[in-house]
Write a protein that binds this ligand. Sequence first.
Ligand SMILES: [Zn+2]
Length: 250
Amino acid sequence: MEVATVGSGRICRGCWDQMKMPIPIRGPLSLPFRALGITQSKMNPNICTICERSFAYVKKQRRISAEATILFADIRGYTSLSARLDPALLAKIVEVFHDQCGQAIWAQDGIVNKQMGDGLMAIFNFPIKSERHASAAVAAGIDMQRRFHAALADLSPRVSESEAIGFGVGIHSGQVEIGEFSTYRSDFTAIGGAVNLTARLESQAAAGEILVSPEAASEARELMADAAVRTFALKGIDRPVRAFVLTASP
Ligand SMILES: [Zn+2]
């Protein structure tokens, strides 16, 4: 079953890809499920709260090792922005950031796994399977930058011209551990060296930049034509990392 656009599918794509189980999340068949509290997940509206909160039930184990692409994004200069801007405007900018990034990530079948104020972490290839998850993440990164700048210009042309407001993105593909990592929270996340490397990479991205690791770039070659290459010394990572740098055109 192919879902053409975000928000159009009637069954949970996470439960379908993980268990081949059709859980209705839209339409009349979803009503009894809603009554039981099974609704669309906030991580992605095309997955449900079963695959969000019942990882151990879905996978029959607490954790799995899986190949995935991780994406981190975070607003640059947030502390100084929060000192300069009116709090209501700052809140609106953060809302635009999360809303536009979410739309871009969901359009590529990724999930917004964590939201951290001025930043987020997304996972591609779980629970919705995606053979081309690195390309999907890079396409989402490009789309996030484009959407954010368009929405910011609509929100406040004055702010968008006078302030260099933007966010950096880091993308890396590798083996990660996915599952539940505490006894008091039931939502899953991903951990491991590949996740740390992605976070470190993202911390080096200037506003408007998307830094893509060689591992992710080799699986997303068609999107790398305009990329520059820079070498980064990343905190906690022994070897220098040569990453591909995509810059969103304003
Ligand atoms: Zn589900």
